[in-house]
Design a protein around this ligand. Structure first.
Ligand code: CTP
Ligand code: ZN
Length: 146
């Protein structure tokens, strides 16, 4: 018998973050969970995907994502697709872009002043981010996972 996919119902209003690389869904849920006001969340792990082999899918019902949350998605899962659902239909589909200025995440440098001040700010340089305070360069993933 082949794989049986667990069905997760379609949502009426909300956001579906699709094509999350398999294994990153839980981290993404955790990172978004901090600012989540909704309890209506479904996470599918290792769903079949033609493009990636396996993927995770996160469905958040009843609300949209803030700019800050979208930047978290772009940092952790740049190839994810964000689907805005309204009246049961996908009304918008996009890849979240890496922001030019990032005010989420924390500086991986243990000696950075932002550890004390809590005033994280990173400026985009190519595909990396430079801490405004200690001036070190970090990959997007380093910033969200530190
Ligand atoms: N979805 C949902 N509830 C809806 C509509 C869609 O949960 N009311 C989910 C689908 O299950 C899918 C994602 O949102 O995981 C995107 O839906 P859709 O664009 O219809 O799927 P695909 O065409 O397969 O998307 P893509 O081309 O981006 O792979
Ligand atoms: Zn720093």
């Amino acid at each position: 018998m082949g794989d049986v996919m667990i069905a997760v119902e379609k949502i009426k209003e909300g956001v579906v973050i699709d094509h999350i690389p398999a294994g990153k869904g839980i981290s993404l849920l955790t990172l978004l969970g901090c600012s989540s006001h909704s309890k209506n969340v479904a996470l599918l792990l290792n769903a079949n995907s033609g493009e990636f082999g396996k993927k995770d899918i996160l469905k958040i019902s009843g609300r949209e994502l803030s700019q800050e949350e979208l930047s978290i998605v772009s940092l952790l899962a740049p190839c994810a697709t964000v689907n805005i659902i309204s009246h049961g239909e996908v009304v918008k589909k996009f890849r979240p872009e890496l922001p030019d200025v990032l005010r989420v995440g924390s500086c991986p440098n243990p000696k950075c002043i932002t550890k004390i001040e809590g005033a994280e700010e990173f400026l985009k340089e190519g595909n990396e981010y430079r801490c405004k305070y200690c001036e070190r360069l970090f990959s997007p993933e380093e910033l969200v996972s530190s």
